[in-house]
Design a protein around this ligand. Structure first.
Ligand SMILES: *Cc1c(COP(=O)(O)O)cnc(C)c1O
Length: 379
């Protein structure tokens, strides 16, 4: 089966893990610190603004907690979001309010966000669909004007930029993922950026049981005796990264330019080979100044063909999917109002295989299978 997403791990990651094993320190230590530093540099911010956690989902829960969102607060998010976003909002007692997206980009426009704002809106939580930055600069401006927090789920957007500025750094808090399905993986892991460095520091404490180091006892007292004493600042969870995962993540971050080069090649190939097929629409071009991450490559088909084409491809060993199933259709979030752009997109969109391990033969298989299926099904 040609997978739709797939990590690429090899000897360099194995060597890094071996080194961690041999160091006798596998917990959160020097390598986590190095990974945080490298990531902060990658997104162009100071290390004090960044903290690692064990998943992007956990970073999302922390973001909602750090901004104090809770009962009585509305949080606007696109219905095309990963489920972790709505869960984090609802779990804290706030209300997820779903907005529409543009049918072609699957990102919300400023107008989509604006239409969903209520007097109780305290925050907006957007992702960058497939790594496309979307109208993030204008959305950030809208939030600033209205005094609303902005959280960016940049899990799709590790290398995405607008006029040189990294996606994830436009709002108050940005979040990234290093899970098994992302471009760069740490097996599991997440990063959190906070514009306010104090929030990032609080996030780091919350990620380790709310432990307050060196309070109550001075450093000198601690080293003289009883260094095991603790102080707890809040009732929190344990969601830290460790040196094994950070060592893998660090190697992967270093390989990111190579990964992006291969993904760019795949995207160009699809763009070229799938152009001009009747009834098939390709991802829209990026606006000037926008850089994507090539995380999804999605095509749009007539709704009556989409599922049949997906089945045909599956039978020929090509896995495709649609991300992200509409959250305003999920009963537990207590919402289902018409959001026509998203509903059209959800009926017509198919994500094709896109990862750095795709061979040239794989690409030919995908394109041939797709061309033949569409030709047969549209007869
Ligand atoms: C992968 C992903 C997440 C969740 O990341 P985890 O690290 O698996 O918790 C959240 N949002 C988006 C957009 C993602 O792609």
């Amino acid at each position: 089966m040609i997978n739709v997403f797939q990590p690429m791990l090899g000897e360099a990651e194995l060597a890094a893990v071996k080194e961690v094993f041999e160091s006798n320190w596998i917990g959160k230590g020097r390598r986590v610190e190095q990974f945080e530093q490298a990531f902060a540099e990658h997104i162009g911010v100071g290390t004090e603004h960044v903290t690692s956690v064990n998943s992007c989902t956990e970073a999302t829960f922390l973001a909602v907690q750090l901004l104090g969102l809770g009962p009585g607060d509305d949080v606007v998010l696109p219905t095309v979001s990963f489920v972790s976003a709505a869960n984090a909002i609802a779990a804290h007692g706030a209300r997820p309010v779903f907005c529409d997206v543009a049918e072609r980009t699957l990102n919300p426009t400023v107008a989509d966000i604006e239409a969903a704002l209520t007097p109780a809106t305290k925050a907006v939580l957007v992702l960058h669909f497939g790594g496309y930055p979307g109208e993030i600069a204008a959305i950030a401006e809208l939030c600033r004007r209205r005094g609303i927090h902005l959280i960016e789920d940049a899990a799709n957007a590790i290398a995405s930029r607008v006029d040189g500025r990294a996606c994830g750094t436009f709002g108050d808090i940005g979040l990234w993922s290093f899970d098994h399905g992302k471009i760069a993986v740490a097996v599991d892991g997440g990063m959190l950026y906070a514009r306010d460095a104090e929030l990032a520091e609080r996030a780091a404490k919350l990620a380790y049981l709310g432990l307050e180091h060196f309070t109550g006892f001075s450093q000198a007292e601690k080293s003289a005796n009883r260094w095991w004493e603790i102080e707890v600042s809040s009732f929190s969870r344990r969601s830290i990264m460790n040196d094994v995962l950070a060592a893998i993540g660090g190697v992967q971050l270093g390989r990111l330019p190579d990964f992006l080069r291969r993904r760019r090649f795949v995207v160009d190939y699809y763009d070229r080979e799938l152009a001009g097929i009747d009834g098939l629409e390709l991802p829209p071009p990026l606006p000037a100044g926008h850089e994507g991450s090539h995380y999804f490559y999605w095509v749009q088909l007539p709704a009556e063909l989409r599922d049949a084409v997906a089945r045909d491809l599956y039978e020929r060993g090509v896995y495709t999917t649609f991300r992200y199933p509409l959250l305003h259709k999920v009963a537990i979030y207590g919402a289902d109002r018409p959001l026509p752009g998203a509903e059209q997109a959800a009926a017509r969109t198919l994500c094709l295989p896109l990862h750095q391990a795709l061979s040239d033969t794989d690409l030919k298989t995908v394109v041939t299978a797709l061309r033949e299926s569409i030709a047969r099904r549209s007869r």
